[in-house]
Design a protein around this ligand. Structure first.
Ligand code: AMP
Length: 631
């Protein structure tokens, strides 16, 4: 079936479409009841199906003859280590770890928090929980104790799994003291903390509570996969909401297995035996769908990278990994490519490597500006695909379906809705808008399998945040439009859309323009309050290394550029040069905080911020420029 036929069928006959796709999964009991609509608007997929996700990712692949194929390649420039695990080896490690967890009291339905760096044991921990039907929640290793404590109190884990340290450039980050502190702050206490000791910083173990990972495994008996119901939770992934309390996105087992068994071949064009590299961290949704579960459930080899795009040791590290492991396709965030481009603008390092194994590059997580996209396309001579999804959906909403021969791509667009997703645009009153009309992007219910249908311990919040705003639709929180051919254009979170004298404008669009300037490495456009116009845009730019432009000249040129391309109505009159932009650890620019600083409002550094010190610097800089009202 072509992309168009598949998409049409998935929307007009969702039950029949997904009942067919469910055939991709080796269930213990195949579901007969494909789709249930609940009165509150949420849905249940494959309610009577029974399966085990770890079995699908490992044992099933071995049954299909892939036992000796490499399942996971650990590539760690920060420790100068590489290690390969075949499907057999990985299954045995995971089965033993699952046995050890069971001996410590973990059973089906129990919670386990995983707070670990990008070491293969982190993937093993996730898979071991899945094997027992336990519910893991991976907390990104960089989160501070307060954030970890919030998650511990919400997930109420029986165990916490951690490592003594993580490594960043030349810095050793001790994890264990952070876990200790989090447990002091949390009211819930796990029975044990299992600690993987790394030689770079050995942790002190508290007698009785803390256990050494390797010693615990010595006597462990391997555990077999435990059958679970389709709707049983596989994991919780906490993500930021509009309040300080993170949202616990719940992923079910059955819908997730079907969605990823469909998505990897259909969107990413992956086949068993292909080498896939999801460049992210197990602490994010990509680490779940595209580093661990997706590639393994589809018989691929997954690259597990403990390093950065630059400085481990240089801006050529991505290209080195691609050549060395013959990577066929990869996922990364645009911010990583911008970091590489900043340090290696001419691609001198890239040219040293053989990228002939590579078929596609997939970018998502934030707006992909055309400058970055073209730079990457020209240097690699490979297709660079933008695609769009969220922690909540767990897999792409819009993307090119390369596996269906869908090569009809549109620059600037995150491409068309993937089969299963009926993407539409509504205005503030919930009225459907026509082609090219900008509004809130929504997805008509039902959401396809794999998407979150509830929040951990808080179904009411799920309904409130996602289903109540526009009845009959899932509210994505993103603004944008869809053109007459179905290509979707994401212009940013709805709160990044600004209103200047009643004209609706996209800060994303302006950022795209500023990024065209040869001196600009990266930028953010935020709305600042204006007594007359409501809001006006402000450009915050970081210069490329060695760029000569003065701030006054640059501002003049950028103002002219926006005026020329968007028009005087944009009221873009100010651009300020900053040394750095504040970002989350996953690379998203923290525009909301920038807005608050510029408007002189009080702000608290968000928990996800990479480097909180930067905010003071920026406030001072904007104060000097006469912008941050409170200085
Ligand atoms: P997260 O749940 O942290 O992955 O964030 C999801 C949000 O990131 C989306 O709602 C979008 O605002 C943004 N996002 C993800 N992918 C893209 C993309 N390709 N283009 C623009 N924004 C994106």
């Amino acid at each position: 079936m072509s992309y168009r036929q598949s998409h049409d069928r998935s929307i007009t006959e969702p039950s029949a479409f997904w009942a067919e796709q469910a055939g991709r999964v080796a269930w213990y009991r195949a579901p007969q009841d494909t789709l249930q609509a609940l009165p509150d608007g949420s849905h249940r997929w494959f309610a009577d199906g029974r399966l085990n996700t770890c079995y699908l990712a490992l044992d099933r692949q071995i049954e299909l003859g892939r036992g000796n194929q490499t399942a996971l390649i650990y590539d760690s420039p920060v420790t100068s280590t590489q290690q390969r695990f075949s499907y057999l080896e990985l299954r045995d490690e995971v089965a033993r770890l699952a046995g050890a967890l069971r001996a410590l009291g973990v059973e089906k339905g129990d919670g386990v928090i995983i707070y670990m760096p990008m070491v293969p044991q982190a993937a093993m921990a996730m898979l071991a929980c899945a094997r027992l039907g336990a519910v893991h929640s991976v907390v990104f290793g960089g989160f501070a104790p307060h954030e970890l404590a919030l998650r511990i109190d919400d997930a109420r884990p029986k165990l916490v799994l951690t490592a003594s340290c993580g490594l960043e450039f030349e810095r050793v980050i001790e994890y264990k003291p952070l876990v200790d502190k989090a447990l002091e702050l949390a009211s819930h206490q796990p029975a044990h903390v299992l600690v993987l000791q790394r030689p770079q910083a050995m942790a002190e173990l508290k007698a009785g509570r803390d256990l050494d990972w390797r010693e615990t495994l010595v006597h462990a008996q391997p555990a077999d996969p435990v059958e679970v119901a389709s709707g049983d939770p596989l994991y919780i992934m906490y993500t930021s909401g509009t309040t300080g309390k993170p949202k616990g996105i719940v992923r079910d087992n059955g819908g997730h297995a079907v969605a990823l068994s469909y998505a990897l071949p259909t969107i990413f064009g992956l086949q068993p035996g292909d080498v896939w590299w999801g460049v992210s961290d197990v602490g994010w949704v990509v680490g779940h769908s595209l580093i661990v579960y997706g590639p393994l459930m589809n018989g691929c080899t997954t690259v597990f990278y403990e390093g950065k795009p630059v400085r481990t040791p240089d801006a050529g590290s991505y290209w080195r990994v691609i050549e060395e492991h013959k990577v066929n396709s990869l996922f990364c965030a645009p911010t990583a490519i911008r970091a590489i481009r900043k340090e290696d603008p001419q691609g001198e390092l890239l040219k040293r490597y053989d990228l002939s194994s590579l078929r596609h590059l997939f970018l998502a997580g934030e707006k992909l500006d055309s400058t970055t996209q073209h730079w990457l396309e020209e240097l690699t001579d490979k297709p660079v695909h933008d695609h769009w999804w969220q922690t909540e959906t767990g897999w792409p909403v819009t993307a090119p379906c390369t596996g269906l021969g869908d090569h009809d791509l549109r620059g600037g667009s995150t491409n068309r809705a993937v089969p299963g997703y009926h993407v539409q645009v509504v205005d503030d009153e919930g009225r459907l808008l026509g082609p090219n009309e900008q509004g809130s992007i929504v997805i008509a219910l039902p959401l396809p399998p794999g998407c979150a249908q509830t929040l951990w311990n808080d179904h009411a919040r799920y309904l409130q945040a996602y289903l109540k705003t526009y009845p009959g639709y899932y509210h994505t929180g993103d603004g944008g439009y869809v053109d007459e051919e179905g290509f979707v254009y994401i212009m940013g979170r709805t709160d990044d859309v600004i209103n200047v004298s009643g004209h609706r404008l996209s800060t994303g669009e302006m950022e795209e323009l500023l990024a065209l300037h040869e001196a600009v490495a990266e930028c953010a456009v935020i709305a600042v309050q204006d007594d007359l116009k409501g809001h006006v845009p402000l450009g915050l730019v970081v210069l490329k290394d060695g760029a000569q432009a003065t701030e006054a000249n640059l501002q003049r040129e950028l103002v002219a550029l926006v005026r020329e391309r968007i028009g005087a109505l944009a009221c873009f009159q100010r651009a300020v040069v900053l040394k750095r932009l504040p970002k989350t650890r996953s690379g998203k620019i923290l525009r909301a905080v920038l807005r608050k600083i510029a408007d002189g409002e009080s702000y608290a550094p968000p928990s996800t911020i990479d480097d909180p010190a930067i905010l003071g610097e920026i406030a001072e800089r904007l104060g000097q420029a006469g912008l941050a009202k409170a200085g």
